[in-house]
Design a protein. Structure first.
Length: 492
């Protein structure tokens, strides 16, 4: 039988194409985490005239208030009420207390399920059933309910405000086929919502915390990129031009298509200009590109490019570039990864720029996870055959303060931009620090920002101290000294 979609694309991906028909799934979380919105969204996505969805409420807010809260979401369809999504209040089966306990409630749900074969049945809040039965009676009622519905093709959702401690001990969780845990985590600079599939019997799922947001469309889930292992492709041997005069000569003809390149340097050195020219060079060849920015808006970036004569707006140019501006307050690792993954799935994308990685690392607040995340992000782009360029800010004095030092092994190429003192003036310099499996110049060359962007000049002579104060240095050619022969007479 076909699996039941959740109506949330990212959640279906986490669950490997949705839920098994007949499954009993607990949706657990503290108040305000989005449980009811998610359950309602699933009902409106699955309810049809032939197989409606039934939403049972126990002791909760009136249905008029429930519907009023749903009106703000685009998934809500008032024409579907009653015909495709039916709301039923179970209060009459709970108050006043009955001698036969929860049996009438269970019988009602089972009767309707067998008679109408709905796609989804929701009980919200299932936890409140504990207020009307002791542990033994609750166990029997839930065992009867879950056992009888498991024989149908209906998905049963038990929604409740369960704590993490209750997830380990409650009867609901031992009987359930699946558990989806929702959390609202307070953190700076912005709070985060995440969900975790704690259990899914009889099926595989993507583990770990997955970011989700609640917007006009309802719940949107951004699967954790480390769980999305792409199929690797053979790397291309084609070299691609950078568009920066003089740079490709230092890089033995240039980087290869599919390479991941890191451009480091202090603030104001020209990293964004570097990324824009690298991008527009591919656009000149009518190849599609993506620019992800955390500081400059799309309009600001278009203005910067225009100042150097690079067109991001007109005709064919606009069709070959996508600019994704992510404000720092909205920045999240998995939201970014989903944006990149979506672009790669929808378009054959030649080059991707992310500006800048240091801002991403700062905003993410997930230092322990960051190396694995970056490995997955680079792998995702590389598997698509696209080239990736990432900028990262360093201190004015260079690589010694670079937060990316631990991650340099992920990149095929590392290009470092730096300031230098030239008498009383400040100049710019470039050094190709790394090219994987390729020869490259090890010189320090001048860089100038012209009205056409960056231009790499001649090798700089007599410059020392580039590697830091602790590095060995010389102002002239090295002359090896022969070791002194030991005297047979020994020390005097």
């Amino acid at each position: 039988m076909k699996r039941t979609t959740t109506g949330v694309t990212g959640l279906d991906l986490v669950l490997n194409d949705g839920l098994e028909p007949g499954a009993v799934v607990v949706v657990a979380g503290a108040p305000g985490t989005g449980k009811t919105i998610l359950a309602q969204q699933m009902c409106f996505a699955n309810g049809t005239a032939e197989r409606k969805c039934v939403y049972y409420t126990t002791v909760s807010e009136p249905h008029t208030k429930l519907v009023r809260h749903l009106e703000q979401f685009t998934f809500f369809d008032p024409q579907a009420l009653g015909t495709r999504v039916e709301h039923i209040h179970l209060g009459d089966f709970l108050r006043p207390a009955r001698q036969d306990g929860l049996e009438p409630l269970v019988s009602e749900i089972v009767r309707k399920t067998l008679a109408e074969e709905p796609a989804i049945v929701v009980v919200d809040s299932a936890k409140m059933l504990r207020d009307f039965a002791d542990e033994r009676e609750l166990r029997g009622a839930l065992y009867d309910l879950t056992g009888r519905i498991a024989q149908t093709g209906t998905v049963l959702l038990l929604v409740g405000e369960y704590t993490p401690e209750e997830l380990r001990s409650g009867i609901e969780f031992s009987l359930a086929d699946g558990i989806i845990q929702l959390e609202h985590e307070a953190r700076e600079p912005v709070d985060r919502r995440w969900l975790r599939v704690a259990k899914m019997r009889g099926g595989s799922y993507r583990s770990g915390k997955h970011t989700f947001r609640i917007g006009a469309g309802g719940v949107e889930v951004f699967p954790r990129i480390e769980t999305l292992i792409p199929h690797l492709v053979t790397g291309a041997s084609e070299q691609v031009p950078s568009g920066i005069p003089g740079l490709d000569e230092l890089m033995n003809g240039g980087a290869k298509q599919g390479d991941a390149t890191l451009v480091t340097g202090p603030s104001g050195i020209g990293k964004t200009i570097f990324g824009l020219r690298w991008l527009t060079q591919a656009m000149d060849l009518e190849k599609r590109c993506l620019y992800v920015t955390f500081q400059d808006t799309a309009d600001q970036l278009v203005g910067v490019a225009a100042a150097f004569g690079w067109d991001l707006l007109s005709g064919g140019a606009a069709g070959n570039v996508s600019i994704s501006y992510v404000p720092m307050g909205d920045l999240d690792l998995d939201v970014l990864a989903t944006a990149v993954r979506s672009e790669l799935s929808e378009h054959a994308t030649s080059r991707i720029v992310i500006d800048s990685l240091s801002e991403l690392a700062f905003a993410a607040r997930e230092a322990e996870r960051f190396p694995a995340y970056m490995r997955s992000l680079v792998g995702l782009v590389r598997a698509a055959g696209s080239s990736l360029l990432i900028t990262s800010e360093t201190a004015v004095h260079g690589l010694a303060a670079n937060a990316m030092d631990r991650l340099l092994f992920l990149f095929d190429n590392v290009v470092d931009l730096a300031y230098i003192e030239d008498g009383s003036r400040i100049g710019r310099a470039v050094h190709v620090a790394k090219m994987r499996n390729s020869w490259h110049e090890m010189t320090l060359n001048s860089v100038t920002i012209t009205d056409r962007g960056l231009v790499v000049g001649n090798e700089l002579e007599g410059v020392t101290g580039r590697l830091g104060w602790s590095a060995l240095r010389t102002l002239g050619p090295l002359k090896p000294i022969r070791p002194v022969a030991k005297s047979s007479a020994g020390p005097s």
